[in-house]
Design a protein around this ligand. Structure first.
Ligand code: G1P
Length: 292
């Protein structure tokens, strides 16, 4: 069975929901506490054993590449000032030489198209797809839980992270229908991208973490526009599910849709509360704000 070594991070989106913050800065660089969103999801992938990080970028996203490079002047200054803990922090986050790749999606043609842009970098092996808009707070992380399920599900299986949402939000997501499972992993019987509430097969949404087989690339190449006129990964997954098994993993952990302002702000609160160096003072501030 081929291990999951590579992960794709689609980071080409315009981030219009966060204007003006994202006018000159990619939305993936917005910080949750003191780490950019993209760093949080790379951390999750690294914890799951991913060795190669593939970023599908776009225009004005160069700073993401800089973020994963060394900052020579900064390092020299920190060394001169004996800031060893800051230097260690930078070194720990640094991807190994040759383990990060960047390719560009030239036009915004949808998530499926962004994934297809990474086909040459992934090659003929199963891979993870991680959407940086979604943070999942848990140890082990969401992707590590999915890889565990993948190792049990066997060769040529595909795994999707799912969670329940209130039906009034269902039309914003990919939705799955599932069969009988073991409490955590379930066979997927149906998938649909952004259905109207009455057409949704369940209240289980696709949460932004996938393990996919490389056969998806040929299907993406043939894919025409789906929901919203974009090339949707969900449509190619539906076709692939006719020849390969798809499983849903109801992961443990709290998810935050950082593509929305409220989700992003909630993530900041939750991640700050989980930091022993910040939580006590932060809790006092929140209490003061709430007036109790
Ligand atoms: C994408 C996927 C959708 C998934 C969602 C998770 O949609 O197409 O299936 O539920 O991410 O955030 P987008 O948010 O790019 O519209």
């Amino acid at each position: 069975m081929k291990p999951i070594r590579k992960a794709i991070f689609p980071v080409a989106g315009l981030g219009t929901r966060f204007l003006p913050a994202t006018k000159a800065m990619p939305k993936e660089m917005l910080t949750v506490v003191d780490r950019p969103l993209i760093q949080h999801v790379v951390d999750e992938a690294r914890e799951a054993g991913i060795e190669h990080f593939i970023f599908v970028t776009g225009r004005n996203k160069g700073v993401i590449e800089d973020h994963f490079d060394r900052q020579f002047e900064l390092e020299v200054t920190l060394k001169e000032r004996n800031k060893s803990s800051d230097l260690k922090l930078l070194a720990d986050d640094q991807p190994a030489a040759g383990s990060a790749s960047f390719t560009r999606q030239q036009s915004p043609m949808g998530l499926g198209h962004a994934v297809w842009c990474a086909r040459e970098l992934v090659g003929n092996e199963p891979f993870a797809l991680v959407l940086p808009d979604v943070l999942v707070q848990n140890k082990p992380g969401c992707l590590a839980q999915m890889i565990e399920a993948y190792n049990k599900a066997g060769d040529k299986s595909n795994i999707i992270a799912v969670e329940e949402v209130p039906m009034e939000r269902i039309h914003q997501y990919g939705v799955v229908g599932i069969g009988k499972g073991d409490g955590k992993t379930f066979p997927i019987t149906e998938m649909v991208e952004k259905p109207p509430r009455e057409k949704a097969p369940s209240n289980l949404i696709i949460t932004g973490r996938y393990i996919l087989q490389p056969e998806i690339f040929d299907l993406l190449a043939k894919q025409t526009g789906g929901a919203g006129g974009e090339i949707q990964i969900t449509d190619s997954m539906i076709t692939l599910s006719k020849s390969q098994p798809f499983h849903a993993v109801k992961f443990e952990g709290k998810s935050f849709d950082c593509g929305s302002k409220v989700g992003f702000l909630a993530a900041n609160v939750a991640y700050a509360m989980a930091r022993p160096d910040i939580a006590p003072a932060f809790r006092d501030e929140i209490k003061r704000l709430l007036g109790n």
